[in-house]
Design a protein around this ligand. Structure first.
Ligand code: ZN
Length: 135
């Protein structure tokens, strides 16, 4: 469990958060062109179809970019510094803004293999997808 601001949700993003609560990572998939848009959309940004269905992804990816925060971006993060804020590119293509946890921030590199894990948020029913180094 960790203290975190609770992410805002919407009707469009609810399936993503419902899956995260179950410990599953899902991303929309266009049934017309197989694009994997993220964040969630009402229509496919590639072909315009509205046939977007939620589908599980492997949860594996690589660090596309990252920074290490030494000052808390919000007071609740004060006890969690230094904090790795990263863009992780999933094996299926989408890129997520997330955190890399479970290792020394000095060990994080661009291209590092990572996999998803889920961090419950204090005082909520929500879990946040974050990533750890893949063995
Ligand atoms: Zn499409």
């Amino acid at each position: 469990m960790s203290a975190r601001p609770i992410p805002p949700t919407s009707e469009l993003s609810a399936p993503y958060w419902d899956a995260a609560r179950r410990g599953e990572l899902v991303v929309q998939r266009c049934e017309a062109c197989e694009a994997r848009p993220f964040p969630p959309r009402a229509r496919c940004p590639r072909c315009g179809a509205d046939a977007l269905a939620w589908a599980p992804v492997s949860g594996r990816g690589t660090v596309y970019s990252f920074t290490v925060a030494h000052r808390a971006p919000h007071p609740v993060f004060a006890g969690q510094l230094p904090l790795v804020v990263a863009i992780v590119e999933l094996a299926e293509g989408p890129r997520l803004v997330t955190n890399v946890v479970g290792c020394d921030p000095a060990e994080v590199t661009v291209g590092m293999a990572v996999e998803v894990t889920f961090e419950p948020i204090d005082d909520s029913e929500m879990s946040l997808p974050v990533f750890t180094p893949r063995a």
